[in-house]
Design a binder for this molecule. Structure first.
Ligand SMILES: NC(=O)c1ccc[n+]([C@@H]2O[C@H](COP(=O)([O-])OP(=O)(O)OC[C@H]3O[C@@H](n4cnc5c(N)ncnc54)[C@H](O)[C@@H]3O)[C@@H](O)[C@H]2O)c1
Length: 279
């Protein structure tokens, strides 16, 4: 999709980080915006700073892990703006601890927000996008954690590998149909956002994070310092996404330094070697 002016973008997790940068870039492109986040006040404040007319903007305070929330947003978006051209399934949460210290609710929270949200987004938006004469594009935010398996992030890794394979499957199916809807998967490494503080909006139904060992605390600290030290910005991620949408590129991997980890995993698999620990 080349000309985005007056087209409609739906972006989840738009109150902060990469989602906010996507919204800012969308506004600069002259798009109509449907923005969603669980942090409603923060979303309203962020949206007020966008240069976009009120009638071209729709805000939703919702929980992306809930199918009915995404369904309501989709109905509103199509009713209000007639079409959705760019869907960014971006909201996500992260939690670091050793695999066996993830509680059932830790798993449910991360799979709900990171993976089920994308499934809900595709189910509610794609059938209507496929009927649009001018087509559209879906961008799913996965992670480098969807292409490799770093220690201390099992539920996150599982959720993001899920997003990658879901996106790859969708890509093949849409290509086989020569559909006018494209798909891309964004796989960043560390970006300085608020992802390491994800617990701030952990929904009550997922309980609170449990007691963890020193080993897990080490993984938590490492995640926080890696996020804050990230060299590429959320704006860089948004630029890479918009470039990929224009070029119809599927894999969006802005940090080329992760190629090594991807290659290592592929070589391990191809040579049937045991996984090389990534640290
Ligand atoms: N920052 C990184 O290092 C990094 C790396 C790889 C992938 N990612 C992915 O990028 C995406 C965006 O994260 P970010 O880094 O901008 O973090 P962030 O915390 O700054 O932004 C995430 C946004 O999602 C929202 N959110 C969380 N749970 C939600 C829910 N249940 N319903 C609706 N909104 C919810 C948050 O309120 C927040 O505004 C995530 O999918 C994340 O996994 C981030």
């Amino acid at each position: 999709m080349q000309d985005l002016r007056d087209k409609t973008a739906v972006i989840t997790g738009a109150a902060s980080g990469i989602g906010l940068a996507l919204a800012q870039r969308g506004a600069r492109e002259g798009m109509r915006l449907v923005l969603a986040d669980i942090e409603g006040e923060k979303l309203a404040t962020a949206a007020a700073a966008l240069s976009i007319a009120a009638e071209r903007l729709s805000l939703h305070t919702l929980d992306v892990s809930r199918d009915e929330d995404i369904g309501r947003m989709a109905d509103d978006a199509f009713q209000r703006f007639g079409a959705v051209h760019l869907l960014c399934n971006n909201a996500g949460v992260g939690l670091a601890r050793v695999t066996w210290e993830h509680t059932l609710q830790d798993w449910e929270w991360q799979l709900g927000v990171n993976l089920w949200s994308v499934i809900h987004g595709i189910r509610h938006f794609l059938p209507r996008m496929l009927k649009q004469a001018d087509g559209g594009h879906i961008v799913n935010t996965a992670s480098a954690a969807g292409l490799s398996s770093t220690q201390g992030m099992a539920a996150y890794n599982v959720s993001k590998h899920g997003v990658v394979t879901l996106s790859e499957t969708l890509y093949s199916e849409l290509a086989a149909l020569q559909a006018k809807v494209g798909v891309s998967v964004l796989c960043p490494a560390w970006v300085p956002t608020a992802i390491h503080q994800s617990g701030r909006n952990r929904q009550a139904r997922f309980g609170v994070a449990g007691e963890i060992s020193e080993v897990s605390r080490g993984y938590e600290e490492r995640m926080a310092s890696a996020v804050t030290a990230g060299r590429k910005s959320a704006d860089d991620m948004a630029d890479a996404v918009f470039e990929a949408v224009a070029a119809q590129r599927f894999y969006v991997i802005p940090h080329r330094k992760i190629n090594h980890a991807i290659q290592l995993r592929m070589d391990d698999i191809m040579q049937q070697r045991n996984p090389t620990p990534l640290g």
